[in-house]
Design a protein around this ligand. Structure first.
Ligand SMILES: [Zn+2]
Length: 271
């Protein structure tokens, strides 16, 4: 499943190819994604792509008259290909642009979905209105996180996974950033000092930026016709490493379940 760094990598790749282009046609081969996709052709034909942005794990295509919001679900991919490349399996939507390029959406499991939103007021849409700040944005500060932790006795990991507090960290990066900050994932949110929260915010930004930078090298995959997804293999320090050796202390990485999700951590390094 694409996480925030993959979606950001996709966004950068798409923007470099599509910004400024005029959409000539949309072919919907199969519109029954997670939700039925709206009439994209009628809404978007003749419109120019102004920019492509991201909010949490949604891609936001800003056209001059409307916003197209797209979630990749579990297995969604975008590819930019020339017009003559034949359709691949599971290619459900094709956008044709004025420079001869096409944007293809493939999604074997069809959990992705799309919506047309007004340029003004899209933040009030139910998909977005309750979202907390972006983890890489200016609003996500140690002071803000301390405020969210406040008197709450739930675990710090659950706080990081709460999209009303901060969006897009996800299970993998919550585990990795807590390891780097040496914070035990079950520690109560209200029992973490300000200086440790400061380090945690720093590590969250760092681990996400590293993943985004690693993804930059795979952009060529997702714009080529080789059929490979543009997502990249990460190297994680704790995530998925239960029973393996801690790279910092030589102890053993453990796995527990918190709120239904697997948490990976080092009991020696994280307190
Ligand atoms: Zn350790």
């Amino acid at each position: 499943m694409p996480e925030l760094p993959e979606v950001e990598t996709v966004r950068r790749g798409l923007e470099s190819h599509l910004a400024g282009r005029i959409l000539e046609r949309v072919d919907v081969i199969r519109g029954d994604l997670r939700y039925p996709i709206p009439d994209l052709g009628a809404a978007l034909r003749g419109q120019r792509v102004l920019s492509i942005e991201r909010r949490a794990k949604y891609l936001l295509f800003f056209f001059n008259g409307v916003l197209l919001s797209w979630h990749l679900g579990m297995t969604g991919h975008f590819h930019v290909l020339s017009r003559d490349v034949p359709a691949a399996a599971h290619e459900h939507v094709r956008f044709l642009f004025d420079d001869g390029k096409t944007l293809r959406y493939r999604d074997p499991r069809r959990f992705g979905y799309a919506g047309l939103l007004p340029l003004q007021g899209w933040r009030q849409h139910p998909w977005f209105r309750d979202m907390g700040p972006e983890p890489l944005g200016d609003e996500f500060t140690p002071e803000y996180l301390a405020h969210c932790c406040g008197k709450r006795r739930i675990s710090i990991k659950q706080i990081l996974m709460d999209a009303r507090v901060v969006v897009g960290i996800g299970n993998i990066y919550a585990c990795e950033s807590l390891f780097r900050a040496h914070i035990h994932p079950v520690r109560a949110a209200n029992r973490i000092s300000d200086s440790r929260l400061q380090q945690l915010v720093r590590e969250i930004r760092q681990v996400l930026m590293e993943a985004i930078n690693a993804g930059g090298s795979s952009i060529s995959d997702f714009v080529c016709a080789d059929g490979k997804p543009g997502y990249f293999a990460h190297s994680f320090r704790v995530y998925g490493r239960a029973g393996k050796v801690c790279l910092d202390c030589g102890g053993e990485i453990r796995r527990i379940v918190q709120a239904g999700r697997g948490t990976f951590f080092c009991p020696a390094c994280q307190r």
